[in-house]
Design a protein around this ligand. Structure first.
Ligand code: COA
Length: 252
């Protein structure tokens, strides 16, 4: 199997990325679909970088998380809903404040690793953060998940891709939760995800047209940080089952 990854940039700024894990016969089609996607971006990329690497380990097979949505009317309501789900996953108020500080511009290239108890930043690469990568979905699970999501009115590709990333992150035993706000000014829906409550989409997590955004992964106290980073950045993971759709929910 191969990890196929694409990133597009212009003048050193990241425009878009895509990735998946494919068998040999599907590599060429996947790579060409990714290049096509980059060429269709609103901004014509300066460079498109394609990586195709064999996967030495047998990928770990996991399920996607169950999906639910909080329809919040204001940013304040959305932030308190995020807080409720983060606290329920075992994240302290201090760590939540640290995550909110980490999503202010300029956006990091990856996620901040935070101690779920103290809020202390655990990765040492301040501007880069840690990127979850080397994951994919089987064609069958992709079809089922996209169909289920469409049945709930969720058709944004960004949401689908974020769900795959969140599934890999949640499959790391030392990570209690993830908090994400997209840095796309046109997309204000973010999420809190955890093994406990699944993938909880939260509308209006930031003001309209705001460029702020970012990700935080909350680690159990005394988690082996290097092993967690290695898992997130390098261990191949394939989503082989779609999660349940729980529909609209209210904060607990
Ligand atoms: N955001 C900003 N910059 C990024 C980036 C991202 N998501 N991914 C890569 N870059 C830039 C960085 O400058 C990076 O240098 P750094 O490692 O010092 O930060 C450089 O590209 C090379 O990164 P690398 O990890 O070697 O790229 P890659 O070819 O392995 O591609 C992606 C990685 C783009 C596929 C992966 O990061 C990604 O975004 N995957 C898509 C997963 C997804 O669904 N993402 C949703 C938003 S994160």
């Amino acid at each position: 199997m191969y990890s196929v990854r694409m990133r597009a940039e212009k003048d050193g700024l990241h425009l878009s990325g895509a990735e998946g894990i494919f068998g040999a016969k599907d590599v060429q089609g996947a790579a060409s679909a990714m290049v096509e996607r980059a060429m269709r971006l609103k901004t014509r990329p300066g460079g498109i970088y394609l990586s195709i690497e064999p996967i030495p380990l047998k990928p770990k097979m996991i399920s996607a998380l169950p999906v639910s949505t909080v329809k919040s009317a204001s940013v304040a309501d959305a932030r308190s809903a995020a807080e409720v789900f983060l606290k329920d996953a075992g994240i302290s108020s201090r760590a939540i404040r640290a995550a909110l500080a980490a999503i202010r511009p300029p956006a990091m290239r990856g996620a901040a690793l935070l101690c779920a108890e103290t809020g202390r930043r655990l990765d040492t690469s301040k501007k880069r953060g840690v990127r979850a990568s080397v994951f994919g979905i089987t064609p069958g699970a992709q079809k089922t998940l996209q169909k289920k999501l469409a049945g709930c009115g969720i058709t944004h590709r960004r949401a689908f891709e974020a769900m795959l990333l969140a599934a890999k992150v949640a499959s790391c035993p030392f990570i209690l939760a993830e908090f994400c706000v997209s840095d796309d000014p046109e997309y204000a829906t973010g999420y809190v995800s955890s093994r406990k409550n699944g993938y909880v989409r939260i509308e209006n997590l930031k003001p309209k047209k705001s460029p702020e955004g970012g990700r935080a992964f909350f680690l159990e106290k005394d988690a082996p940080v290097e092993a967690v980073i290695d898992y997130l950045e390098r261990e191949p993971v394939i989503i082989s089952r779609a999660g349940r759709m729980r529909g609209e929910i209210c904060p607990l």
